[in-house]
Design a protein around this ligand. Structure first.
Ligand code: FES
Ligand code: FES
Length: 209
């Protein structure tokens, strides 16, 4: 290095060694910044990833206006939990694979297949089953009885529940709207005409109640 270079650097207040040291620090900072950024991104991703649950869990469900606690495995369905842990047997197991509707349960106002709904996912939600329905002349079960909406009865709890969910949302349904509202339920005995009549009659009765 020429003397004037040293002098020039000294005049400018830094040497090449300073420059090299500075460059190393800058590079290290860049690497650290990169690592820190990656760590933050990973932490954010982990936060947004679903939690893995295992073992037995204590859960509390709001069922028919009551707070009910029990222990379940994370994989437990709402149907199993209601029937086997909480003794709420209105929803029935028929197909156990989301195709017949016999297990229909109302969760936050929406009819769901409880055989394929996780119980843990229903915490903090309003769960309604057949047991809470009005069984008097203005109720849906009475209309099914009056209009021959059942034969063997396997599908009936699901139909009554789906019908109640529909009428809670739409108290004046047309025949088409009733058909669409109940299209997630199957009756192997073919009582559909009675079911549709019962739904329309229940709508009328509920208004007069
Ligand atoms: S038992 Fe759930 S849909 Fe059939
Ligand atoms: S009444 Fe028998 S399956 Fe519907």
């Amino acid at each position: 290095m020429a003397a004037h270079d040293l002098k020039d650097d000294a005049v400018r207040g830094h040497s090449r060694r300073d420059f090299l040291r500075g460059s190393s620090v800058a590079a290290a900072t860049a690497v650290l910044t990169g690592q820190a950024t990656t760590a933050i991104e990973e932490a954010k991703a982990a936060e947004s990833e679903p939690k893995v649950l295992s073992g037995e869990l204590k859960i509390t469900l709001q069922v028919n206006g009551e707070s009910r606690s029990c222990t379940v495995e994370p994989r437990s369905t709402l149907l199993d939990t209601l029937r086997h842990r909480l003794d709420v047997t209105g929803p029935k197991r028929v197909c156990d694979r989301a195709s017949c509707g016999a297990c229909t349960t109302i969760v936050d106002g929406v009819p769901v297949y409880s055989c394929t709904t996780l119980a843990v996912a229903c915490q903090g939600k309003k769960i309604e089953t057949l047991e809470s329905f009005d069984t008097g002349p203005a109720g849906v079960p009475h209309a099914f009885h009056q209009h021959d909406g059942l034969m063997c009865g396997y599908c009936t709890p699901g139909f009554v529940t789906a019908c109640k969910a529909l009428l809670d949302k739409n108290p004046n349904p047309t025949l088409d709207e009733v058909r669409r509202g109940l299209d997630g339920n199957i009756c192997r005995c073919g009582t559909y005409i009675g079911v549709l009549e019962a739904a329309l009659a229940a709508a009328k009765a509920m208004k007069g109640a």
